[in-house]
Design a binder for this molecule. Sequence first.
Ligand SMILES: *Cc1c(COP(=O)(O)O)cnc(C)c1O
Length: 445
Amino acid sequence: MSGLQFRSTRDGRLTAGFGDALAQGLAPDGGLYVPTEWPEPQPAALGPRESLAGIGAKLLAPFLAGDPLAPALPDIAAEAFDFPAPVVALGNGGRLAVLELFHGPTAAFKDFGARFLAACLSRLRGPASRPLTILVATSGDTGGAVAAAFHGRPGIEVAVLFPKGLVSPTQERQLTCWGGNVRSFSVRGTFDDCQRMVKQAFLDRAWQEERALSSANSINLGRLLPQAVYYAAASLAVFRRHGEPASFVVPSGNLGNAVACIWARRLGLPIGQVVLAHNVNRTVPDFLESGEWRPRASIATLASAMDVGNPSNMERLRAFYPELSEVRSAVSAYVVDDESIRARIRIGYQELGQVWCPHTATAAEAYARLPAERRESGRWVLVSTAHPAKFREIVAPLIGREVAVPESLAELFARPSECAEIGADLASLRAALRDSRVSEDRSRG
Ligand SMILES: *Cc1c(COP(=O)(O)O)cnc(C)c1O
């Protein structure tokens, strides 16, 4: 008996259960998996003293019902949601708060999804399973979070692809400091090239025969779905305290975080408006304005984890809102240039004592640009996607002091780093992976 099914955003006849959708990453036609139906909203079941892990187990249970992974869900949630996601009110006497998603091992929100996916995939493997290769394209934070989540897991190897020279030195260290079952590749190209290589590998028959592949990008359902959990927890916390729904400003690149917020709203959580804060990679804002979907090459910005010219999860957003008018009423989007990001980092520090990473500052700037009546008519939550210490090269000069580094990051920074440079094509990746094939006994526990 199968429970809730997921279907491809392209050919809706291609369906899979939860575990299969995770293992496949991308649907066979290159589409992304989305739920075929939505469970009945039951926010009342999420009691006031429920932990993040408890909320995760209850919220996600209907999606796993009937799947072999279902009995393990409470353990999976406990493993993935074992650090806090506090909603911190800003001391401006106002209606604004920050959802801090950076208290995990690599100090970015992607730790939640990556750890959930790792907890699931390692349970899906049987003792006789082929070694699994996780391919991950990263514009910065994904690679570190995924590497941390899978590091040392037996039978799984990770290949991290990042655009050479386009991630911050601090981020690069996080991508290359692992060793063992994690390999890092510095690709002579952009993030979009890295993402294209991963997608091509999935559609390439020879690759499929050579190794069991999975993706850990936010195209993987197992990364996206758990992100709805912190929106559930945060919106319930706001609602209990103020009796009003929470509206979120989400720093957006590939749109995984924003789609998770919209899915959480669909699950009946008290979520009001959703605002997308983009850097000058304006494919989504332009689409909302013109109705034309025109993906383009990405542009390097200070908020580098959002340098995406062809956001994958747009397919999920459009599957959810087939009509343009629906998307337009569901979300609004702002474009923030580097100069405004810098200015907002300074203002956040001077006026609110906040030290923001460039992505969080993008959200703060988008909030500041909302029409006053929208700001005043809601309880607003800025989604803080990374700890500022990950971008200290940018942030410290703007606020005129050093950024304190959390202990987990300091440990990573102290490790030796290792990576190989490759061209932006599948053949280069294939050759490099063959060279550096990691045997199971070398992966560290
Ligand atoms: C990945 C990332 C984003 C963008 O999230 P998407 O889900 O790709 O929209 C924003 N901020 C930081 C710090 C990130 O790492």
